[in-house]
Design a binder for this molecule. Structure first.
Ligand SMILES: C[S@@+](CC[C@H](N)C(=O)[O-])C[C@H]1O[C@@H](n2cnc3c(N)ncnc32)[C@H](O)[C@@H]1O
Length: 326
C-alpha cells in the first residue's frame, strides 16, 4: 500500500511545503528552550518566539528528540575522539555546530546540507549576527573563508545548498568542501527522510555506505504510521499540502531497520521514543517533568509511540559503533 504517493500538489508546491517544516521544527525547539527544557543560546538568532504556547506534550516530545539525538551524536564523537566528520542532512536551522564548539567537542569538520533556499536564510542570519559568525571565525584557519549567499566553507563548518535527491550534485559539493571518505563519518537526518520517496531515501542510504567504510547513521522520524493515530498525522500534514512521500518506510521499527540493511549497512536498530524517553538520564527527565503540568499523559504516550530513532552502522575500523546506545 502506498499512501505517500498518489495525486498531490505539484513538485514545486510540495518542496515549498517541505521547506516550511524547517520553521516548524525550529519554532517548536525555540519555544521548548524558552520554557527551560534544554539550553540553546543560539536558536533565538534563527527563529522568532512562537506567538502561541506549544502544548506540554509537544515540548516533551521535542525534548526527547533533541536529547536522544544528542546522546548518540556525543557518543559517536567520544568513540572516535572527535577524529571524524559529521554530515547533517536536511539540517534546516539546526544549531549543533555551536553547541559542539562550546562543549569543545567539534569533529574535524561539520557539514550541513539543505535546500538552497533554506541555506540562504541560514547564511543571512550567520552573516548578520556576530554571536553566530564569531565562533565560525574562531575555528577557522588557513585559506580564506568562503561565505556567500549560498554556501559557507570554513575549516570546521560547511553549509551546502543542495537537494538530497540529487546525489551527484551533493557529492560534488561535499568533495569541494573537503569531505574525506576515509574519516569515520556520522550522518544525521532528523525528520527528513520521510519527505522523500522510499526509492530516493534508499539511494541516499546506499550512497552513504558506498562512500564511507566507517560510518554511523542516526535517523529520527515517524513510525507506526499505519494505525489510526498515524493516519491522522498524515492527514494533518496533507491538509497543509505537505505530503509524507516516505511514509511507507515508517510502518514499524522493522521497516525502519530493514531500509538500512537492504541499503548495505551492516547493523541497524530502532527504538520508539517511549523507549528513548525512558532511557534518558532520569534526573533530567524528572527536572523537565516539573516544568509544566501535563494533562494529556495519554497523548504524550501516543506521540512518543509514533516517532523513533534508528541507528545504523558500518564499522570497517572496528570502533564498536554498533554498541553505541542511549
Ligand atoms: C522538519 S525539517 C527538520 C530540520 C532539522 N533537521 C531539525 O530537526 O531541526 C526538514 C528539513 O529537511 C529539509 N529537506 C527535506 N527534503 C530535502 C531535500 N530533498 N533536499 C534538501 N533538504 C531537504 C527541509 O528543507 C527541512 O529543512
Amino acid at each position: 500500500m502506498s499512501r505517500g504517493a498518489g495525486p498531490g500538489p505539484d513538485s514545486d508546491t510540495a518542496d515549498e511545503a517541505v521547506r516550511s517544516t524547517c520553521d516548524d521544527a525550529s519554532i517548536c525547539k525555540r519555544f521548548a528552550v524558552s520554557c527551560g527544557y534544554w539550553k540553546d543560546p543560539y536558536i533565538q538568532y534563527f527563529v522568532r518566539q512562537a506567538k502561541e504556547r506549544k502544548a506540554p506534550e509537544i515540548n516533551r516530545g521535542y525534548y526527547a528528540r533533541v536529547q536522544g539525538v544528542n546522546l548518540l551524536l556525543n557518543a559517536f564523537l567520544r568513540k572516535t575522539e572527535c577524529n571524524c566528520q559529521i554530515i547533517n542532512l536536511g539540517a534546516g536551522l539546526d544549531t549543533t555546530f555551536w553547541r559542539l564548539k562550546d562543549e569543545n567537542l567539534l569533529p574535524k569538520k561539520y557539514f550541513e546540507v539543505d535546500f538552497p533556499a533554506i541555506v540562504a536564510r541560514k547564511l543571512y542570519n550567520i552573516k548578520s549576527k556576530p554571536p553566530l559568525s564569531k565562533p565560525i571565525m574562531e575555528t577557522h584557519s588557513g585559506d580564506s573563508l568562503l561565505l556567500d549567499a549560498h554556501s559557507l566553507d570554513s575549516a570546521r563548518y560547511s553549509i551546502i545548498g543542495a537537494d538530497l535527491r540529487n546525489l551527484k550534485d551533493m557529492e560534488e559539493n561535499l568533495k569541494k568542501m573537503s569531505m574525506d571518505p576515509q574519516l569515520p563519518t556520522l550522518l544525521v537526518a532528523e525528520c527528513v527522510l520521510v519527505y522523500m520517496t522510499p526509492e530516493k531515501s534508499a539511494s541516499l542510504l546506499q550512497w552513504a555506505t558506498n562512500m564511507f567504510s566507517t560510518a554511523m547513521f542516526i535517523n529520527y522520524e515517524q513510525v507506526n504510521m499505519m494505525d489510526r493515530f498515524g493516519q491522522i498525522m498524515v492527514e494533518n500534514l496533507q491538509r497543509r499540502q505537505c505530503n509524507l512521500a516516505g511514509v511507507d518506510a515508517c510502518q514499524s521499527l522493522q521497516t525502519q531497520t530493514e531500509r538500512f540493511l537492504s541499503s548495505g549497512w551492516d547493523s541497524a536498530d530502532a527504538w520508539n521514543m517511549m523507549k528513548v524517553y525512558s532511557s534518558l538520564p532520569q534526573e533530567d527527565v524528572m527536572r523537565i517533568e516539573k516544568l509544566e503540568f501535563l494533562d494529556e499523559k495519554e497523548l504524550l504516550e501516543q506521540l512518543l509511540l509514533h516517532y523513533c530513532i534508528s541507528r545504523a552502522t558500518k564499522d570497517s575500523l572496528g570502533l564498536g559503533l554498533a554498541g553505541i546506545m542511549f
